[in-house]
Every structure is written in structure tokens, then in C-alpha cells.
Ligand binder design. Structure first.
Ligand code: DGY
Length: 325
């Protein structure tokens, strides 16, 4: 018999524990890798619930295979890996894991800002390669973070948590999005148009979800508006940035550098990006702490267990589907 719950790859223990305690039979793909589409389609067929990851392409064909499923629970706050319209058309509720990774991702954003501005990764390489010849007045000079202007694009939970940290560094804050945010205003943030933010910021930090509207929001035109001394920080989604245009901007010193945690075509990175010394490149670590990943897995499991018990899951991204059922 097909187990009602399918988990697409190994997840942290807190979520598994919840599911085990429910005594609802589950099957988990026992490897730490994503299933190819054909295997995923096969694996989701006949399930009541699927717990998936941002690395699972839950496209129309997979959702068609999952028809009848009571919930697709993504273990991520971003859900651009799921064709939500296709899920809704098949009356499949979709959930995500907002909130639990906010602080952790904001921490990593600050880590990238500090690392790229103060050349932390380059300095580490100098030491390991035995190139450090002693302190020098002109040696490895970076850029100030304290007092520098921070531009936040996409003023949601994570951007607000970044702003709280930035306030402690005395950073004036500009932000752009589709609404003004009282908490950001209270932190001294000023809502402005994208062009102004790009023109004035010393650090431009991206916090928008990936949608048709935000794909390649940062393209050669946007990069050309940034100061030559400014840095681009991306802990959101890779395709928000045209990575080839970014490599060009970095190589031609159109901007000072970039701190990236996400890439346009993960796990690949654009040709030339790794050769740019003015970058800090991390492998999508925004939510990668033991506690946060545990909380994400628990939240995804709770969404599943609520749906299977007939209760409204807390984190639906298409609640209209649930309300209509
Ligand atoms: C998310 O939850 O969307 C993050 O990218 C996971 O690290």
C-alpha cells in the first residue's frame, strides 16, 4: 500500500519526529538529493501529502501526478519551485515555512555585507596561501560598513530583520517595494523608488520573492545605476539577478563587489563569476543552521498533519483552495 505521506528527500529530525508521532505511515526518499522529474512524478502519485524542498521542481506534470493530494508542503519560505496556479487548478493546497528562517537569513545577509566589504574571504585565502607579508598601510583595504547606506529591495520580514541589525551599525536605510512598512520607517528607513535606491545605496540587498515580475530585476540597466563603490547582496533567489550581467559589472568594476548566497541556475554559477575576487560566494546557506532547518521541517510537518486532520494549515500560500473545499 502507498504510504499517505511522501517526503522527497532526507529532512531534519524535528519534522520527522512530528510525522512519526502522528502514526500516519510515510515514505521518505532515503537520499540527500533531489529526485529527477520522472521519479518525482511516480513517487507523488496516490499520496495524500507531499513534503518537498526548493530543489524539487513541482511543475504541472508533477502536480497532475499528485492530483487528489491534500497538501504540498514546501520546506522553504520561497515557493517558486511550485507551480501554485497548477496546484490551485487541481485544488491542491500549498504551504511554506515563513517566519522561522527570518533571523537566520538576516544574520547571513549581514555576514555577506561584512565579508565582501572587509574582504574577509580574500584575507582568509591570503593567510592560507602564505602570502601575508605583514601589516601594510595600503594592504587589502576594504570599504566601511558602519555608516554606509543600505538599500533593501523587497521590504518583508527578512529585510526588516536585516534593517534591525543595520541600525546597530548606524546605517541609513532606504527601501523599495510595493508598500511602505511602519517598522522600517521606525528604524529610520525611507521608502523610495528603485532608481533612487540603486543610485544612493552603498549596499543593495535583495529580499524579493522570485516571480515573473522580479526575474532579472537586477539587470545591466539596474547595475549601471549603482555606484562604482557599491556592493550587491543577494540572499533571496538567484534569478532575480541577471548573473551574466553581474559578472560583466564586476569584471569592469562598474560596481565594487557582490555577496551572493543564491544563483540563477543552482548549483551552477555563471562563467567568470568564480574568477571575480570582489565577490563572496556562498552555497545557498541562508537558512542553514541546525535550529532553523529543524524548525522548518517541523513547520512543514505541522502543515501536513493539520491538512490531513481536516484543519486549516497555518501557512497556506493558496488559502482560497482550502476555503473552497
Ligand atoms: C527558503 O526557505 O526559501 C530559503 O531559500 C531556504 O534556505
Amino acid at each position: 500500500m502507498t504510504a499517505p505521506i511522501f517526503i522527497t528527500r532526507l529532512i531534519p529530525e524535528p519534522g520527522l519526529k512530528k510525522i512519526r508521532e502522528s502514526r500516519i505511515p510515510f515514505e521518505m526518499h532515503p537520499e540527500d538529493r533531489s529526485l529527477p522529474a520522472s521519479e518525482l512524478r511516480h513517487a507523488v502519485a496516490g499520496r495524500q501529502a507531499v513534503l518537498c524542498q526548493l530543489t524539487d521542481a513541482m511543475d504541472e506534470s508533477v502536480l497532475e501526478a499528485a492530483r487528489g493530494c491534500k497538501i504540498v508542503a514546501n520546506m522553504a519560505v520561497g515557493f517558486n519551485n511550485i507551480d501554485v496556479a497548477a496546484a490551485s487548478a487541481r485544488k491542491i493546497p500549498v504551504s511554506n515555512t515563513p517566519g522561522v528562517l527570518t533571523e537566520c537569513t538576516a544574520d547571513l545577509t549581514l555576514a555577506l555585507i561584512l565579508a565582501v566589504a572587509r574582504r574577509v574571504a580574500e584575507g582568509d585565502q591570503e593567510m592560507r596561501a602564505g602570502r601575508f607579508q605583514g601589516w601594510g598601510p595600503l594592504y587589502m583595504l576594504g570599504s566601511d560598513v558602519s555608516g554606509a547606506t543600505l538599500g533593501l529591495i523587497g521590504p518583508g520580514r527578512i529585510a526588516t530583520a536585516v534593517a534591525r541589525r543595520a541600525a546597530a551599525f548606524g546605517m541609513p536605510i532606504l527601501y523599495h517595494g510595493n508598500r511602505s512598512v511602519p517598522e522600517l520607517d521606525q528604524l529610520g528607513g525611507r521608502f523610495c523608488e528603485l532608481e533612487e535606491l540603486l543610485r544612493l545605496s552603498d549596499f543593495v540587498s535583495l529580499h524579493v520573492p522570485l516571480t515573473a515580475k522580479t526575474r532579472h530585476m537586477i539587470d545591466s540597466h539596474a547595475l549601471a545605476q549603482m555606484k562604482p563603490t557599491a556592493f550587491l547582496i543577494n540572499t533571496a533567489r538567484g534569478p532575480v539577478v541577471n548573473e551574466a550581467a553581474l559578472v560583466h559589472a564586476l569584471k569592469t568594476h562598474q560596481i565594487a563587489g557582490a555577496g551572493l548566497d543564491v544563483y540563477e541556475d543552482e548549483p551552477r554559477i555563471a562563467p567568470g563569476l568564480a574568477d571575480c575576487p570582489n565577490t563572496v560566494l556562498l552555497p545557498h546557506l541562508g537558512s542553514a543552521t541546525l535550529a532553523t532547518r529543524g524548525a522548518m521541517s517541523r513547520m512543514a510537518a505541522e502543515n501536513i498533519l493539520a491538512a490531513l486532520a481536516g484543519h486549516t494549515p497555518s501557512n497556506l500560500v493558496n488559502p482560497e483552495v482550502w476555503n473552497a473545499s
